[in-house]
Design a protein around this ligand. Structure first.
Ligand SMILES: Nc1ncnc2c1ncn2[C@@H]1O[C@H](COP(=O)(O)OP(=O)(O)OP(=O)(O)O)[C@@H](O)[C@H]1O
Ligand SMILES: [Mg+2]
Length: 266
């Protein structure tokens, strides 16, 4: 059953950090009137698992993550977290409730130090200095970030290190659910594998539920449990990572036939 607490009440009372399923049902998004980008998407990110969303360019993968994260205009359907309706919640309320997004484009402040960037991840609790300091220590240790990098300008780090710092920043508020959009885009294979290694450890080590959008299909399949294929704003296929890996040739051949799928006029 879906409960509907008032937003402020829910935001003030985080979920107790118990991992729970995030479920999107019939999710619809339109950035412009009459042009639907998502047309009823059904995706379950099961607790403490890695759920992967793949599909051709323009399928609506980033839009799906943005809609869940409160950053795209939802015109229909529901998103629930542990049965609580979180549809259209503001990003800060979602964060307070344990849902964090790491967007595709680099979002670090390059002129600020790594530490200052990490502090931004704890903005909602910025007055709790001791807590914030401990939380930063914990993520630096957890992600094995070399100490000397903590006080360096974020813009001077390598691409892979910057992506790890972005993921670390999203972990400061100890989210239960992490939404990751193309975390290895533009990284060398070596850097990408370091990032995947850290993502793969999140469910087991920290009990985090991961919802991953990725075009680096083979590498992301290797760390995922459940897979959803989107095309033209709709579910196109789904299966376990093993099932989808076995049928990957057939699935991606379909993407080429379709070409780039864009919006559909309703
Ligand atoms: N802010 C926006 N306003 C209008 N249309 C948008 C907006 N953002 C995305 N779109 C459109 O929505 C469709 C889906 O875009 P989206 O970025 O979700 O695709 P994607 O599956 O993430 O693609 P890619 O693999 O290239 O990242 C595209 O046709 C895109 O042009
Ligand atoms: Mg995208």
């Amino acid at each position: 059953m879906i409960t509907r607490p008032r937003r402020t009440e829910a935001a003030a009372k985080p979920s107790g950090r118990v991992p729970v399923d995030l479920v999107a049902t019939g999710l619809r998004v339109a950035y412009e009137r009459d042009v639907e980008i998502l047309r009823g998407v059904e995706i379950t990110a099961a607790a403490r698992r890695i759920s992967l969303v793949i599909g051709p360019n323009g399928a609506g993968k980033s839009t799906f993550l943005k809609a869940v994260a409160g950053l795209a205009p939802v015109t229909g359907g529901l998103v629930t977290l542990g049965g609580v309706d979180i549809t259209r919640w503001r990003p800060r309320d979602l964060l307070a409730h344990g849902v964090a997004l790491v967007p595709q484009n680099g979002t670090l402040f390059p002129a600020m130090t790594v530490r200052e960037n990490l502090q931004m991840g704890g903005w909602l609790r910025r007055r709790e200095k001791a807590w914030l300091g401990e939380s930063i220590e914990a993520v630096v240790n957890r992600f094995n970030l070399p100490r000397h990098l903590v006080d360096r300008r974020a813009g001077d780090l390598s691409g892979g290190q910057q992506k790890l710092v972005e993921i670390m920043r999203s972990m400061i508020m100890t989210p239960t659910t992490l939404l990751l959009d193309e975390p290895t885009a533009g990284l060398s294979p070596k850097m990408a594998s370091q990032v995947y290694e850290q993502i793969a450890a999140l469910p087991g080590d920290l009990g985090v539920t991961v919802l991953l959008v990725d075009q680096n299909v083979r590498s992301s399949l290797a760390i995922s449990d459940d897979v959803y294929v989107l095309a033209m704003g709709l579910n196109n296929d789904r299966g376990t990572a093993r099932d989808i890996t076995e049928r990957l040739g057939e699935i991606t051949a379909g993407w080429l036939r379709q070409g780039v799928s864009g919006a559909v006029k309703s």
